[in-house]
Write a protein that binds this ligand. Structure first.
Ligand code: ADP
Ligand code: MG
Length: 241
């Protein structure tokens, strides 16, 4: 579904990503783990096309992402959903409108069809009763569930999550992780940057551990947590548990 080959990204002299490759198959849930500043967000943003890497090639379902072909690039990007740490909802739009807008503008769906789909996904994340609320009337957990529903309305082939629970109070983390777990169980392909080790272990099929812009270790989730190979991963795990 995703193939990223030899991606590098520099910010000035800083090597934020240094020759990172990853393949994600349909239905896999890959968790990206690593210390702050290790390049997790940069990597995810490069995969989604929010950032263009300085080097390397990206494919979605066999199709190359080439920024010099803007129309095709946009089309490929619209087939991936992205969920941000800070939700990025439109504050002056209702929950329903947040879910309808891109369906109409990007996918050219009719208003009626878009609403129907939005109501369906809002029901799935348990927020149908909030459809007419504005984001600032919602809790953090509710905002993030709206953001997930909004992404799902675009019927993406893969969902990318960048620390979706890091800005939430502890009691709200669970409701968001539950929605993500449900999605994974339904077979959604996902890449998740997270510090939720319980989620990574239970729901993740694979863990990729990054440090200083490089992949240090890549294993199936159970092996990573019970028997990490690298000293750096061992050290990291001893600090987070
Ligand atoms: P992580 O998500 O693992 O915390 P990031 O991918 O956000 O790491 O950042 C990797 C490195 O790149 C960090 O040193 C960060 O400060 C730097 N960085 C990220 N985005 C930018 C940017 N837009 N401009 C300059 N430096 C950046
Ligand atoms: Mg980050």
């Amino acid at each position: 579904m995703i193939k990223a080959e030899h991606l590098s990204k520099n910010f000035g002299k800083l090597h934020a990503l240094n020759d990172v490759s990853l393949e994600v198959k349909k239905g896999e849930v890959v968790c990206l783990i690593g210390p702050s500043g290790s390049g997790k967000s940069t990597f995810l943003r490069c995969i989604h096309g929010l950032e263009v890497p300085d080097q390397g090639t990206r494919y979605l379902d066999g199709e190359r992402m080439d920024p010099s072909d803007p129309k095709k690039y946009r089309e490929l990007r619209s087939r991936m959903g992205f969920v941000f740490q800070h939700f990025n909802l439109f504050p002056n739009k209702t929950v329903l409108d947040n879910c309808v807008l891109a369906q109409v503008s990007v996918l050219k769906r009719s208003e009626d069809e878009a609403k129907k789909i939005a109501l369906d996904y809002l029901t799935k994340v348990g927020l149908l009763d909030k459809k007419d609320s504005y984001p600032n009337a919602l809790s953090g957990g509710q905002k993030q569930r709206v953001a997930i529903a909004r992404a799902l309305c675009m019927e993406p082939e893969i969902m990318l999550f960048d620390e979706p629970t890091s800005a939430l109070d502890p009691e709200m983390i669970k409701e968001v992780l539950e929605v993500m777990k449900e999605l994974a169980n339904q077979g959604m392909t996902m890449i998740v940057v997270t510090h939720e080790m319980g989620f990574a272990r239970k729901v993740g099929s694979r863990v990729v551990f990054l440090e200083a812009g490089k992949v240090i270790e890549e294993s199936d989730a159970e092996t990573f947590f019970t028997n990490p190979k690298s000293e750096r991963a061992k050290d990291f795990l001893s600090k987070v548990f």
